[in-house]
Design a protein around this ligand. Structure first.
Ligand code: ASP
Length: 330
């Protein structure tokens, strides 16, 4: 072997393992459910896709600037919380009592630090409060009045309840209440959720996940779903993957969806795509659970899986390609 070929080989061998170092990627969802083409006007669809794109770009821009995956996830979710189209922040669904109680969580795959809030009613961006719980408290999950007291201590503004009101969510509640036959039964929900979430990979090879929701229309007083629960709605671990869930929360809690995907990778050596597919299309379906997930691993592989007719979703992959989708056949 001549000297030049030897040198070229050495360089190739040294560089190869790190060829993908510095890759960045992000994926988001805006909820899964019965989303058919006939349900959305052309204008609604355009605006929803535009909001998904704005959220993706908000997160991706931060990643490009060298921010952490946690920062990117937070930035993308804030955009979705501020949009009235999704069931998180502005536009959250109503409880049976006619108010909005919001849940959110975030997890850093680098050290598995996590923060979450449940049942807050006066916090404009619950994901920012979940983040603060992670960064500034010794706890993982704060709920209700305690979470709001912590928010005020941390300098958050008190957002009046009327900020969260949207007419279409109120009409959804009215329809759900009319269908409810007794105080004990909760009628089948209108199966169009709208929870939001994001997962990201940053330049340092760290991944993170976050989720934010108003929960389910007509939910009982005190009901908490999967979204603020680490291991169900959100999970991130650099050794496996970062996951954000959306769907019928009770089933996602019972199936420990987010953690199960990570566990299949860790203990059964499955690839991200296979693990995500198995949990969403087999294990969840066997329980009767409907919904979907977004997930990413440290190689920048992205999984967007749902067992419903649609899921608002999008990604900017490691090659920089932006895609958004709504329906199952996209
Ligand atoms: N998973 C959420 C909950 O059960 C709802 C959703 O994803 O839309 O609270």
């Amino acid at each position: 072997m001549n000297a030049l070929r030897y040198l070229t080989l050495c360089v190739a061998l040294c560089v190869a393992p790190y060829a993908d170092a510095g890759d960045i990627a992000i994926a988001i969802h805006g909820g899964a459910g019965t989303i058919e083409r006939a349900d959305l006007s052309a204008d609604q669809e355009r605006q929803i896709r535009l909001t998904l794109e704005t959220a993706l770009r908000a997160g991706h821009q931060r990643l490009e600037n060298g921010a952490s995956a946690v920062d990117a996830v937070t930035a993308a979710i804030v955009v979705l919380e501020d949009s009235p189209f999704f069931n998180a922040g502005k536009g959250a669904v109503f409880t049976h009592r006619g108010n909005n109680t919001l849940d959110a969580s975030i997890m850093d795959g680098a050290d598995r630090n996590a923060g979450a809030v449940a049942g807050v009613s006066h916090i404009r961006n619950p994901i920012l409060l979940a983040r603060r719980v992670m960064d500034e408290s010794p706890h993982v999950l704060l709920s209700g009045a305690g979470a709001e007291e912590f928010a005020l201590d941390q300098g958050f503004d008190f957002t009046p309840a009327k900020y969260f009101y949207t007419e279409h969510r109120w009409q959804q509640l009215e329809r759900a209440r009319r269908r409810q036959t007794s105080q004990l039964t909760v009628p089948p929900v209108e199966f169009r959720f709208g929870t939001v979430g994001a997962v990201a990979l940053d330049k340092n090879g760290n991944i993170a996940a976050g989720t934010s929701t108003g929960g389910m229309t007509n939910k009982r007083y005190g009901r908490i779903g999967d979204s603020p629960l680490i291991g169900a709605g959100t999970y991130a671990d650099n050794d496996t993957c970062a996951v954000s869930s959306t769907g019928h929360g009770e089933y996602f809690i019972r199936a420990a969806v987010a953690h199960d995907i990570a566990a299949q990778m860790r203990y059964a050596d499955r690839q991200l795509e296979n693990a995500a597919h198995d949990v969403v299309h087999n294990r969840l379906v066997k329980l009767g659970g409907t919904g979907g997930i977004i997930a990413i691993d440290t190689s920048g592989n992205i999984a967007l899986e749902h067992n419903t007719a649609g899921m608002y979703r999008g990604s900017i992959d490691a090659a920089g390609t932006l895609t958004t989708a709504i329906y199952a056949d996209e």
